[in-house]
Design a protein around this ligand. Structure first.
Ligand SMILES: C[S@@+](CC[C@H](N)C(=O)[O-])C[C@H]1O[C@@H](n2cnc3c(N)ncnc32)[C@H](O)[C@@H]1O
Length: 217
């Protein structure tokens, strides 16, 4: 099945709200637990999360790494507004930045870790992500990027939505379906990594719908 693009930035407030209300707690916590278990980091690690959405992963990561600084970036104002709401009354170690890849206001090699979940499939041109990953992480720093992978058929995509989000709001289900069709295959991601000078990193399938690129620069 060929890739079908979906809108890049999730700028519709209804879409952002449906996403923030959906139950991604287990997947997000697994993302954080895997990151922390695989990659010991300096106590005061600086981490950037690209395409942070409503900031659930940055909040969980700040709890797992109690002296870290997390910079969470998204180009959607409705998503960041929900992130701001979620951050109220939490320790101020997560900063939200409104910016759009590839136009990020950060110096080269400024982060101990670059992380991202479910941004890649939104990008018409995937090299945009890998260029910023390679640019922002310090030598020896951590890269931890997870995304959906594209199923073999539309029917398979429908089955995944039904199984994983059968009880969710219709806006969320439609977005999820569109995201599966917009996602890359593990082979395509491996090729992107090689093209982006990150070919030493492996792209692994880690669930019935997720792939993970995890290693050090
Ligand atoms: C599916 S959401 C994932 C949110 C979050 N990472 C999570 O796992 O809950 C993808 C996010 O990437 C953002 N996004 C898409 N293209 C972007 C770009 N070029 N720069 C910054 N953010 C972008 C969207 O606005 C959206 O909030």
């Amino acid at each position: 099945m060929d890739r079908v693009l979906e809108p890049e930035v999730m700028a519709d407030p209804r879409q952002a709200l449906a996403y923030a209300r959906a139950d991604f707690g287990e997947v997000n916590q697994r993302f954080v637990d895997e990151l922390v278990a695989r990659h010991p980091m300096p106590a005061h690690a600086r981490v950037v999360d690209l395409g942070c959405g409503p900031a659930d992963i940055p909040i969980r990561l700040a709890a797992a790494l109690p002296r870290s600084q997390i910079v969470a970036v998204d180009a959607s104002i409705p998503m960041l507004a929900l992130g701001l709401e979620a951050l109220r009354q939490r320790p101020p170690r997560v900063s939200l930045i409104c910016a759009r890849l590839p136009h990020l206001p950060f110096a080269d090699r400024g982060f101990d870790a670059v992380i991202s979940n479910s941004l890649l499939h939104h990008l018409p041109e995937p090299a945009v992500l890998w260029r910023d990953v390679a640019r922002l992480v310090r030598p020896g720093g951590v890269v931890h990027v997870m995304d959906l992978f594209r199923p073999r058929s539309v029917n398979e995509a429908r089955d995944i939505v039904e199984a994983a989000a059968g009880d969710e709001d219709q806006v969320l289900r439609d977005d999820f379906f569109n995201s599966l069709l917009a996602a890359f295959t593990p082979e395509e991601v491996q090729h992107q990594l090689a093209e982006g000078g990150l070919g030493h990193l492996a792209c692994a399938v880690v669930s019935e719908r997720h792939l993970l690129v995890s290693g050090r620069r």
